[in-house]
Design a protein around this ligand. Sequence first.
Ligand code: PLP
Length: 401
Amino acid sequence: MNRVELVSGFFRHLAQTSSSPMAMVVSEATGSIIRDAEGRDHIDLLAGMGVAATGHRHPKVVARIEEQLGRHLHVMVYGEMIQETQVALAQGLASLLPATLDSVYFTNSGTEAVEGALKLARKARGRNRLMAFHGAFHGDTLGAVSVGGNPHYRDPFEPLLPDVGFLAMDDRDGLAAIDDSVAAVIVEPVQAEAGVIIPSPGFLAALRERCSETGSLLIFDEVITGLGRTGTMFAFEREQVVPDLLVLAKALGGGLPLGAFIASRDLMASLCQDPELGHVTTFGGHPLSAAAGLAALEVIIEEQLAERAETAGAHFEERLTALLSGPCLETVRRRGLLLGLVMDSAARTQAFVKQCRAERLVLGWTLHDDRVLRLAPPLVITEAELEESALRMQRALARVS
Ligand code: PLP
């Protein structure tokens, strides 16, 4: 298909939920670079929304996918047959996690993993009530939308799950609203779509304490923050708070679709009785995704990408703050290589994003705060690529100031 046919086919036959998609015609992607159909290279500062932590097509990930291709694809629904890549990945994750997070249920996506975690919590506790945070984003299936913290995206889909309450980040007094009717509280340790909101030190520990007091399960949604993005393998390590359930996706599949919810074996056993097979999936933990995920996990460890996220992120923040300082940029929020640039208005943010894209940078604003431009580049992005990105952003900002 030529470029014109591709563009018209995209707008005619691919369902759109955005009135202004990026609509770049992709030719190929390697490392931190996406090449378009005209042969122009774009620096990827979003990593496919936090997926390509090890970069696009890391050679070890590609090799492991090819090896798996030569063995088998889908053979049976999840959890019935013993498949080496799934077992190795689950073991690899368990070896990095506290002993209470040793049982991994693989899904196809983040939102499905959230659904599984919510079902498990309600079943295990025999309670219905769920609590979540204002500004939260946990995915777009109905259960995940029910615990989404932005009425703009929730209200049009009501009625959703009943009995969901919302808490405000950093409001310690508000934690009293968690009582013994609450099955679980779900929280992102850093709220990405809300505009890269970082809880103040000690808040997540206070949340943990309140959940333990009331017997409510604490679910950490680390779909975006997990696997090195925020400078530690999991964001909860920094806060020294261990959740009862951990949700992963995005970087977990090394570029293929994969999610997981993780709990203790005891807790997970609730999905095995009354009824047995209380949660099933056909494709969850697909062997190709598990193979890619296993290779990605090895790369994240071998190449020390969590540490790299912190050092590269700190340097990038410094450059951005120096180059972009002025009335348009109010502040830079950062954890590892997850950054939010807070601009002075939504209009300016949109104009800036447009100019950045003209400079061949792939980036965008967050779903719940259109004044915040979010950056989540591959964790393997080089210093030279970050420096070049900062210079291009400086030029882009000069045109919208
Ligand atoms: N949770 C968080 C924190 C996310 O950022 C996302 C997606 O952006 C999801 C859940 C949903 O993941 P998925 O798009 O794989 O369903």
